[in-house]
Design a protein around this ligand. Structure first.
Ligand code: PMP
Length: 285
């Protein structure tokens, strides 16, 4: 079955799904995106993803090209046409097509909208969750507005590749004071020795993950004490547990940081329980 993409109002086989070479997403990475988990063919936390998308677009002064309702229809239709049961749907909106010039294009230039969807390997994800993953740390060399979910991901791409080359699954960015900001495509968490859940406060230095928001709800319901603050690499290495969160991976235990084991070097109980309960608190639509 060939995959289908939505491009500016049309559903097309992937090989025919193209954008103009003067698309500002292509030339300036002038656009934003969202990745939403698909579970049993349903969207996970669609409302929150569309809210964050609306905010990212507003921060960059790109007009929202579709109503949230219409966007939801497109996301669902793309999922359906690709027969995705368990996977992800990807949405990208750029500032549109215009003769190359750094300044914004003329008013009325239509943003470009692309949606793709694909199945993920469920068994592999479960295996990662049960074994845990290794992360490396890299200096956070990104701009100061990473709270905007922009498609400008060059530092993230380089960080992820560095992780892969080091035999690790993820790279955690570290600010110039030695404190972890977040992963290249995930949020970072630890459980302290006295059992507190810690993740960095959601200011402009991290992306406010949708999974992060829901995990806070799950943790609260489980009676965990939450501290939203920065933590250093050393604190994470000495923590009882560590884990990462993202829409495509939910909760994945981190068992090694820069070659040092976290806790007893095995996935922790808290991370495992948060993963187990996650979908009871997420919205499925
Ligand atoms: N931080 C970054 C840099 C990311 O790319 C992602 C994944 N999109 C996240 C955090 C996690 O966000 P979410 O839970 O919404 O997937």
């Amino acid at each position: 079955m060939s995959r289908i993409a939505y491009v500016n109002g049309r559903y097309l086989p992937l090989r025919d799904a193209t954008v103009n070479i003067e698309d500002r997403g292509y030339q300036f990475s002038d656009g934003v995106y969202e990745v939403c988990e698909v579970r049993g063919g349903q969207l996970v936390d669609e409302r929150r993803h569309i809210e964050r998308l609306t905010r990212s677009l507003a921060e960059l002064h790109i007009a929202m090209p579709l109503t949230p309702l219409a966007l939801g229809v497109v996301l669902r239709e793309t999922v359906r046409r690709n027969r995705v049961r368990w996977g992800i749907v990807y949405l990208q909106i750029s500032r549109g097509v215009s003769r190359r010039d750094h300044a914004f294009p003329p008013p009325g230039t239509a943003p470009s909208v692309v949606v793709t969807a694909r199945n993920l390997d469920f068994a592999k994800a479960e295996q990662l969750a049960s074994e845990g993953v290794a992360v490396i740390t890299v200096p956070d060399n990104r701009w100061e507005r990473v709270d905007i979910k922009s498609v400008s991901l060059l530092p993230n791409v380089l960080a992820k590749q560095a992780a892969r080359e080091a035999g690790a699954r993820e790279a955690w960015f570290v600010d110039n004071q030695g404190r972890v900001t977040e992963g290249s495509s995930s949020n970072a968490w630890i459980i302290t020795r006295d059992g507190k859940l810690v993740t960095r406060q959601a200011d402009h230095a991290i992306l406010r993950g949708i999974t992060r928001t829901v995990v806070v709800d799950v943790a609260t319901a489980q009676g965990l004490e939450l501290e939203e603050r920065a933590f250093t690499v050393e604190e994470a290495q000495g923590a009882r547990e560590a884990f990462l969160t993202s829409a495509s991976q939910i909760v994945i235990p981190v068992v090694q940081i820069d070659g040092r084991p976290v806790g007893n070097g095995a996935p922790g109980l808290v991370a495992t329980a948060l993963r187990r309960d996650f979908h009871r608190y997420a919205e499925l639509t």
